[in-house]
Design a protein around this ligand. Sequence first.
Ligand SMILES: [Zn+2]
Length: 339
Amino acid sequence: MKSRILYRLRNLFAHRAMVLMYHRVATPASDVWDIAVAPDRFEQHLQVLRKHYSVIPLQQLTASLRNGSVPNQGVAITFDDGYADNYQIAKPLLEKYELPATFFISSAHINQVKEFWWDELERLLLFTEQLPQQLALQVAGHQLEFNLEQESVLNPELQQRHSHWKASTPPVSLRSSLYLKLYTLLKPLLYLQQQHLLQQLKEWAGVRPDVRTEYKCMTLDQLKDMTSSGLLSVGIHTSTHPALASHTAYVQQKEMEGNKQFLEQTLNTRVTILAYPYGDHNEDSVAIAESLSLEAAFTTEAKLIRKNSHRYRLGRFQVQNWAAKEFSKKLNYWFNIAK
Ligand SMILES: [Zn+2]
């Protein structure tokens, strides 16, 4: 009992830092994965951070970790994927409050007139007005049969339900249930397989390959301008955003190295920090991160950074669309209660 109390006390006073994970600053029609923070809310977060915390560049945090220490109560801001709203909305706000942030960029999506596969799947299944009732699809050796019954037609009530649904809660319709099934089947596949299946689904649905403006990724010019002021930096997020642990070491190496080279050549700078797509990684991913001499690699596991944290399995905390008060409460809770 006594040693347990001592352990807790030691933990409480040990230096620890926190890395926040954002994806989008936007108000999309739906947000199944809870990854969008409204612009006004994001500004409130920055005000809280500026007033009560010491926000440090991610590189500073990982460099001190390498030297065996952690800036106490330091907070670093990160963004994953490379949505255009990061450039259009997050960048000016970060600059306004002079707060550094690191953007993990999936390079195959830069300059592409294409949505991420999970966004396209969401639009296709949850918001297409009319879908065929029956779906029969071969996915990676798995024969998927699904009947949408009366939900083949999207009525306003169903559309409303979908716009509020979160994938962390049970499906609210047959369409959302089909979305989850397909998401789970597509996630471990290679990019080209995912694109091929999406193409089949689009043909089945009879929809055109439109790209919604608010779901676009950054252009090459926007990416180049991200780091121009020196306040913001970029990190590795692989070329095509695969779930790394589902793939061979060869594929993982190509994905990480290709992305690193692209970013370094495009931005004329060294890029040595990685965030695993979906936080997904295995022993191979860690070994490759080491062989590429990366400084650090981040997962999506909600845990603090301590001086003994494994530098290729560092945690981050996902921020949701909270108002200032709730955001403050979360930060306080994470710093004091979290592992
Ligand atoms: Zn990602």
